[in-house]
Ligand binder design. Structure first.
Ligand SMILES: *Cc1c(COP(=O)(O)O)cnc(C)c1O
Length: 401
């Protein structure tokens, strides 16, 4: 059964195409070099400029940029007051950081299953696993489609939980007309090169809550303050500062901030192109009974970070691994997002067992992330469609047999 599955004939293309790639133009390069010639490489004016820009784009009141999306999640959990003995609910269909951030704070991640059609965390499942120990929910906008914020917020309000939105995929998306980032208690972003906009490594926490904002500023820089109003002792002199909490160094550099400011100018174009590609894929794959499309909820006007090809295995004679290898043989190099977090040995050793979230586990067996990025040409998109169609037809299972 597990032999490599390669279709007959020549590959649909001669050169490899990958599932994601950043887009850097001359304006980006110039923005970075200008900082290199300036007085500040870090803690300079580009940080505030970027934070203002993120607020303007998303409608959030406050933004705190930081070194990466994982740091953003850690700081958000800290600001939410997550600590020893608490539970934090998240989805297993995500990058490990969405659960690791609870562990960083000494809390216990609790996994809630997904909605099998949207692939996002199911608010009913969140309610089902909420306990007296639950402190926060980390809800991931998987692929860039918004989680059901109204339902999640209603639950979090009624049980006095903090809603942290892991928006690593979500920049550019709107939920019920408002940009994600201005709705949950805190929303975290990531600017890794595979994400929609990048600065190499980078992250941010967005919030409308001033208390969280002040805490995030402290945690970003060691828990140190220069604000006399926050100090316990009288200042010794103009150099004086105090450490009043245990924070980290999670700062972003000004080179990164300048790059991201320049990237954000292109967000409308990035968003438009991603939507076009998703539409073209959906139209093509919607005709194939071997493929199941991800359900799009009307509340989310989605800028997609990932395109998930879900295989209808009943209609195929091959499994996901073989389909994946067949795509590689066509020079379409894909990925899989994600291995359920609690499958990892680290989580197994903490006592998590397979079977916790059956819908997430089933999804994992059936998915492949196809190439999706701004610089893809129409030809690239057609090559992906031709390759998927070729393989789906070649390994079609006739149900009447
Ligand atoms: C990328 C990603 C992160 C982590 O972001 P980094 O910037 O790589 O630390 C967290 N959650 C999700 C869902 C991600 O995709």
């Amino acid at each position: 059964m597990d032999k490599p599955a390669v279709c007959g004939g020549n590959p649909v293309r001669d050169t490899k195409i990958y599932y994601g790639h950043q887009y850097i133009d001359e304006a980006d390069i110039q923005a970075v070099t200008e900082v290199l010639r300036s007085d500040y490489l870090t803690c300079g004016p580009k940080i505030a400029e970027l934070e203002e820009k993120l607020c303007r784009i998303t409608g959030a009141k406050y933004a705190v940029v930081c070194s990466n999306g994982t740091a953003a999640l850690h700081m958000a959990c800290q600001a939410a007051g997550v600590g020893e003995g608490d539970e934090v609910i998240t989805t297993p269909v995500t990058f490990a950081a969405s659960a690791n951030c609870a562990l960083y704070c000494g809390a216990t991640p609790v996994f809630a299953d997904i909605n099998e059609e949207t692939f996002n965390i199911d608010p009913e499942q969140v309610a089902a696993v909420t306990s007296a120990k639950t402190k926060a929910v980390v809800a991931v906008d998987y692929t860039g489609q918004s989680v059901e914020l109204s339902e999640l917020l209603a639950h979090c309000r009624s049980r006095k939980l903090v809603l942290i939105e892991d928006g690593a995929h979500v920049i550019g998306t709107r939920y019920k007309g408002r940009y994600n980032g201005s709705i949950a208690d805190m929303t975290t972003l990531s600017f890794h090169p595979v994400k929609t906009v990048t600065c190499g490594e980078g992250g941010a926490v967005l919030t409308n809550n001033e208390e969280y904002y002040k805490k995030l500023l402290l945690y970003r820089t060691h828990g140190i303050t220069k604000d006399p109003a926050l100090m316990e002792h009288d200042p010794d002199g103009p150099w004086y500062y105090e450490q009043i909490a245990l924070g980290m160094n999670y700062r972003m550099t000004d080179m990164q901030a300048a790059l991201l400011i320049s990237q954000l100018d292109k967000l409308p174009a990035f968003s438009k192109r991603r939507k076009e590609i998703v539409k073209t894929y959906n139209e093509a794959f919607g005709k194939l009974p071997q493929i199941i499309l991800q359900k799009e909820i009307p509340e989310s006007d989605t800028t997609r970070h990932l395109y998930i090809l879900r295989l209808n295995l009943k209609r195929l004679t091959v499994n996901r691994k073989q389909f994946f290898e067949a795509l590689e043989a066509e020079n379409i190099c894909c990925n899989v997002h994600y291995i359920p977090t609690y499958y990892f040995p680290y989580y197994e050793k903490l006592g998590y067992r397979r079977g916790l979230c059956p819908k997430a586990e089933k999804l994992y067996e059936e998915i492949i992330s196809l190439p999706l990025y701004y610089a893809m040409t129409d030809r690239d998109v057609q090559d992906v469609i031709r390759a998927v169609t070729k393989i789906a037809e070649y390994f079609k299972r006739d149900l009447s047999e």
